[in-house]
Structures are given as structure tokens and as C-alpha cells.
Design a protein around this ligand. Structure first.
Ligand code: ATP
Ligand code: MG
Length: 180
């Protein structure tokens, strides 16, 4: 499994549709300060269901929508699509290529799609939860975040290991069942 591409439309500084293609192995995003490199990483976290504005380096969730510049009006929605190569069936879905789309409007509501079909956030989370690229984002370590991973409390460290081992999904389901 590897990330194939990312398409951003109205997400943060990416007002015009921008398509990024990735190759298997290590990919590097380079550019001057403020050119949007971290915004690309934010888009990855966001499309996979990130719910925390702070994790996305904003004050509120709507801050991910293009806010306008001197020469360009603000946009009403942000949309990101992540395409994942699933030829090794690492994701529990019967497609060799899986696209996840998240769309958000200024009202704050988000829509999710898997391969073009509307779904719930929970479906996206479950699809990714055994893949090692889940919502908890332990595989996306942003600028300045490395220290917090290294200094994690034992119980948080257990969470990282559980996610990597693919058991987090089952614990979350159990917690949900118990709450009902
Ligand atoms: P550095 O090398 O300094 O880390 P970077 O390439 O990671 O820079 P980003 O943090 O990704 O840069 O991009 C910052 C830019 O994105 C800023 O110019 C900021 O104004 C712009 N930006 C962030 N959110 C929005 C938004 N909602 N609408 C428009 N522009 C935005
Ligand atoms: Mg940056």
C-alpha cells in the first residue's frame, strides 16, 4: 500500500485545484517558506478525518477553507481527495485503488466519500484503522511534534503500538459498545 496522489481544491492556500502525485518509497515536498508544504501535510491528516483544528494549525475547522488573498476572493468550501494504491489489499476493501474524499463547507459540516460513494466519518476511520495511517496520525509527525512523540506517557505510547498493531479498531468498537 502506498499513497498515490492528493488533490486539493480550496484547501488552505491551494485555491486552484492542485494535484500531487506520489511514488512508492520516500517522497519529498520542497519549496520556500510559506509556500504550502505544511498545508499539504495538513490536507493528508484532514482527508483522513482529523477533527482537531489545532492539529491542523488553525483556530477553528473552517480555517482550512481558502480564506482569500489580495487578488482572490475567499472560497465557500474545501475539498481534498487522497488516492491510495491497494494492490496488496492492505485496506479491507475490494478495490486495487481507493480514493477518500472530504469536503467541508463554511457551515462547518463535512462530507466523506470512499471511491465516490458518500459515507460516514466512521467508515473512513474503520477503513484506515488497520493500515497504520489512521486518524490518530502517529505516522504523520509535523514540525515540532517529534518531541511530544518521544516524550509520550506510557499509556499514550500504548496507543501508538495498538494502532500500529491494528488492534485500536477493536478497542474503539468495544468502547463504543460499552457506552451504548
Ligand atoms: P515553512 O517552510 O515556513 O514551514 P510551509 O511551506 O510549510 O512554510 P505552510 O505553513 O504550508 O508553509 O503555508 C503557509 C501559508 O498558507 C501562509 O501564507 C498562509 O497564509 C497560507 N494559508 C493558511 N491557511 C490559509 C487559508 N485558509 N486560506 C488562504 N491561505 C492560507
Ligand atoms: Mg512548514
Amino acid at each position: 500500500m502506498h499513497l498515490k496522489s492528493l488533490t486539493l481544491k480550496g484547501f488552505k492556500s491551494f485555491a486552484s485545484a492542485t494535484h500531487l502525485r506520489f511514488e512508492p518509497g520516500i517522497n519529498a515536498v520542497v519549496g520556500p517558506n510559506g509556500s504550502g508544504k505544511s498545508n499539504v501535510v495538513d490536507a493528508l491528516a484532514w482527508v483522513m478525518g482529523e477533527q482537531g483544528a489545532k492539529s491542523l494549525r488553525g483556530g477553528k475547522m473552517e480555517d482550512v477553507i481558502f480564506a482569500g488573498t489580495a487578488g482572490r476572493a475567499p472560497l465557500g468550501r474545501a475539498e481534498v481527495t487522497l488516492t491510495i494504491d491497494n494492490t496488496d489489499s492492505a485496506l479491507p476493501i475490494d478495490y486495487t485503488e481507493v480514493s477518500i474524499t472530504r469536503r467541508m463547507f463554511r457551515s462547518g459540516e463535512s462530507e466523506y466519500e470512499i471511491n465516490g460513494t458518500k459515507c460516514r466519518l466512521l467508515d473512513v476511520q474503520e477503513l484506515l484503522s488497520d493500515s497504520g495511517i489512521g486518524r490518530e496520525m502517529h505516522v504523520i509527525i509535523g514540525q515540532g511534534k517529534l518531541d511530544s512523540v518521544l516524550q509520550a506517557k506510557p499509556e499514550d505510547r500504548r496507543g501508538f503500538i495498538e494502532e500500529a498493531a491494528g488492534v485500536l479498531k477493536h478497542r474503539k468498537r468495544k468502547e463504543k459498545a460499552v457506552r451504548k
